[in-house]
Every structure is written in C-alpha cells, then in structure tokens.
Ligand binder design. Structure first.
Ligand code: SF4
Ligand code: SF4
Length: 412
C-alpha cells in the first residue's frame, strides 16, 4: 500500500517553487476577522496524530529512533551527507570557506538570543528539521527560561529574543519569556506556524502578541493550498489563512501599525529558494487577491538536509543530487552573513549551540561543568562566547547556497 506520507504529503519536485496559483473560485476560507474573541475552533492535534499513524515512512523513522536512538541516527545522517560530498569530490565546509577567502568562522558579539523552548507542535511537517509533532514532550522549564532572561540583562549587544520550537506558543514559558524580554526593552520574535492561533486556549494569542508588539515570523511555504497541505498536513493551508486574517485584524502586516508579520518560504522539493524579492511580489498579489491577506516581508529559506528532510531525500535516492545542488550554489558572500556569527542558540534543556541546526544535530558547545556540554548555567554572560570558533560540518552547505539561508532569511 502506498504510504500516506508519500502519497498525500510528499514534497513536490518542480522547476519553480510554486507553479500553482489559487484558482478563481478556489476553496473558500472563512474570514475570522469579525469573530468575537473566545471563539475556539477544533484543535489540529487529533488530525495530525491520525495522519502520523497512517504515514508508513514516518512510522519507520520513529521505529528507528526507538530502536537505535537519536544519537545513532544523527551519526548515520552525518555519514550519509559525507559520502555524498566525497562522491562529488568536494572539500569539507571549513575548507570551502577558507579556499573562497571567507572571513574566519568565529563568533562575533551576539545580537540575537534564539531559544528553542520545546519540541511539542500541533503539526508534524514533512521537512521539519526539529522532528516536532504532538508526540514530543520536551519543554523548557521556568528555571532555564529565567536564566535566559538573566543573561539578557548583561548582554547589551543582544537586541532580539527569538522564540522557536515546536510551536513555541504552546509552551508554558512562552508568555513569561515574551513579557520578560519586552520589559527589558528587547525585540521579540515569535516563530509561529499560524495554525496554533486556532488551538484551544490560544483564542487571545493574536491580541497578546499585538499588545506586546511581538514580531511574528510565520511559516507559509507556498500561497497555494495544495503545496502547503502536501508539506504541512491536510487542512493546514485553510487554518493558516485564517490565522493570517486574524493577525491582520489586530493590525499585523498592516502599514502604519508597526506590527510586523513576516512570512517564511521554504522549497517544496529539492531545489534552492529563489531570491526573496522575486517571490515576495507573487506572494503579495496572490494572498491579497484570493484572501485579502497582508504581510510585511517574505523570508526565503533553503531546506536543510537534516532530520526529516534528510530521511525524505535518502529514501528517494535524492540525497546526492541535493548535496550537489548545495555545493554548486555555494556562495562565499552568503557565508559572510551566516547567522551563527551573531546568534546564540539555546535548547529546551538549557544547552548552548551555534545555531538551531547544530542543536538538532547535538553539536553542543564544549565546556561547562556537566558532561553534556555548555549550558546557560555555566555562562557568566553571553559575551564569553565571543571569539569562539563556530562548530561546522557538512550540513552547513545548506546555509551558503544561493542567496544564503538563515532564520532571518537570505544572508547575502
Ligand atoms: S516545521 Fe514547524 S510547524 Fe512544522 S512540525 Fe516542525 S515545528 Fe511544527
Ligand atoms: S548550520 Fe549553523 S553552524 Fe552551520 S553554517 Fe549554518 S548557521 Fe552556521
């Protein structure tokens, strides 16, 4: 039997990022802008769990994690990427940067503190690099969250607290962290999957975000229902559009309000993200005309060949081709703006990393009192990280291909 993962939610391969345009008379998405607060729609979680159960590929991955352990699978992935690079006869990432005259890969003063506050998510997307789903239970504690806020006190160079997950809003520390960082005068980013706005208990989320003037960075990998649902689960597009409408209704993305709503595009198949500017116009026109949705800017990211996306590529024999694409697209200019130069990444358990990708690959920074690497409790201040060499490996080619790719969009 064809797996649902393959048959229903398979990322599409195609020459262009999105050939599908919403048709005239496309499926109607009811606007919630006029609804009173307190109206709660059904949670997406039961549907996500049902799709996960029927997804033979995902079940196989979960079984491997259970039997072999995450660390063993992470090593296997690393070897797989390395084999592909060797077949392509290409140097490793550090050498590629050095040969191209890229500024040494060392940490500068931190400008962004990014916290992955938990892996629980109401979705289970095919490309998810953190392997989130409603089955994940890892969550940041208040002890770790408070330590991160303390570190902000002594970090004047850090202008932004960037909250990610999973679905960060579903973590008990989310609003505490938002309030704490805003009280300290920092910008806060909420990496929002949009469907969370319809989860029970989140009826006031849009108002909360607007009141605290949080910048919302929302995932929407395409402006067509078909492509979004393939990548993120059936019904996700409809819910996402309703989420956008809800955010627009409180002022997000509306010129003059100062409330920023950025959208994130990532390719639906093994190709690089096109230039942000060219895609942004198409998104704006399509979302405005079909759904009356407004947004601030579009960020275009590449898919990293790790975790679920690695599995997906490998099962289809597409890993080598994709690594080849990343190598071909290696852009020294993009390497200058790598996010790991000025972002500190902290995991739900307080461990410290150079970036969220390294976090998922367990590339913890050395040092600290425990055996599992440096934690926020080992650091006197974030300034202690300045000047450290960045831990890089073969997945890093995902950040330097094309226009470059990082959590803030293109890096060139
Ligand atoms: S990609 Fe984002 S929305 Fe999708 S499962 Fe992962 S964390 Fe959740
Ligand atoms: S994966 Fe992380 S460490 Fe590697 S280049 Fe990208 S941001 Fe830097």
């Amino acid at each position: 039997m064809m797996a649902r993962f393959s048959g229903v939610r398979q990322p599409h391969f195609g020459a262009t990022p999105c050939a599908c345009r919403p048709r005239a008379g496309a499926r109607w998405v009811p606007c919630v802008a006029g609804r009173k607060d307190g109206v709660s729609l059904d949670s997406l979680v039961p549907q996500t769990l049902e799709e996960m159960e029927g997804d033979a590929e995902l079940q196989a991955v979960l079984k491997s994690i259970e039997e072999e352990g995450q660390a063993a699978l992470t090593k296997r992935e690393q070897r797989g990427r390395q084999r592909s690079l060797e077949k392509l006869n290409m140097p490793n990432f550090s050498k590629a940067c050095a040969d191209a005259g890229v500024t040494p890969l060392k940490r500068g003063a931190a400008k962004i503190l990014q916290l992955n506050i938990g892996l629980y998510c109401n979705q289970a997307c095919t490309h998810c690099h953190v392997e989130s789903s409603p089955k994940r239970t890892e969550m940041m504690s208040f002890e770790v969250a408070n330590r991160c806020l303390e570190l902000l006190d002594d970090a004047p160079s850090v202008a932004t607290l960037d909250l990610t997950g999973g679905a960060p809003e579903l973590n008990p520390t989310f609003r505490h962290l938002v309030e704490g960082a805003r009280a300290r005068g920092r910008e806060v980013i909420d990496r929002c999957n949009l469907t969370v706005l319809e989860e029970p208990g989140q009826e006031d989320l849009a108002d909360f975000l607007a009141a605290l003037r949080v910048r919302v960075v929302a995932s929407l990998p395409c402006y067509s229902q078909k492509n979004v649902d393939l990548q993120r689960g059936s019904g996700v597009f409809e819910r996402s559009v309703r989420g956008l409408q809800k955010l627009n209704a409180v002022g997000y993305g509306v010129p003059g309000t100062g409330l920023t709503l950025d959208l994130v595009y990532n390719p639906g198949g093994p190709f690089l993200a096109p230039p942000q500017e060219s895609l942004e116009g198409a998104y704006r026109t399509e979302l405005r005309e079909a759904f009356g949705v407004e947004f601030s800017s579009l960020l275009a990211l590449n898919n990293m060949p790790i975790k679920r996306y690695y599995d997906w590529l490998e099962r289809r024999g597409g890993l080598e081709e994709y690594m080849g694409l990343l190598l071909e697209g290696f852009n020294p200019g993009a390497a200058e703006g790598l996010m790991c130069r000025d972002t500190v990444s902290v995991g739900w358990d307080g461990r410290v990393y150079d970036c969220d990708f390294n976090q998922q690959l367990e590339m913890t920074l050395a040092g600290g009192s425990g055996e599992s690497g440096l934690t926020v409790f080992d650091l006197g201040s974030l300034g202690e990280l300045e000047g450290r060499g960045i831990l890089v490996d073969n997945h890093c080619f995902g950040c330097t291909a094309g226009s470059g790719s990082g959590c803030q969009g293109a890096t060139e």
